[in-house]
Design a protein around this ligand. Sequence first.
Ligand SMILES: [Zn+2]
Length: 150
Amino acid sequence: MDHKALIEAALDARRRSYSPYSGYRVGAAILCGDGTIVTGTNIENASYGATVCAERCAVFSAVASGKRDFSAIAIVGGSGSENDRTDDYAFPCGICRQVLREFADPASFLVIVAKSPDDHREYTLQQLLPESFGPDNLSEKENNDENQAV
Ligand SMILES: [Zn+2]
């Protein structure tokens, strides 16, 4: 999977952003271990705290469809009206970094922030969320295997 296809999927998802309050439209596309791509977009709410980011939208949608093995996520976001590029790199917020940490290997999972398919930067989750807290920190998880099967 080349990054361009993943970024194109994120740009496509960004077109469906529901962001009437901020005007900041974000699209995300997560690459699953089986090669499929699941997308998400930011969905705002008049009760601002109910808003969800594009990255979490994508992760939750993927998990809801039975996928928990992820290798990369592409993110595009910005206030501009163009559909094929953005003016800035949109980095995931702290909450989304933590949600990614729940399912991704920090050392190998790639976070790709892009302005366009030809203009992107990439980081490991470890770089964006160093010294993180994750499922392996909770011993209870090992005793709760029935919740881990897909
Ligand atoms: Zn976020």
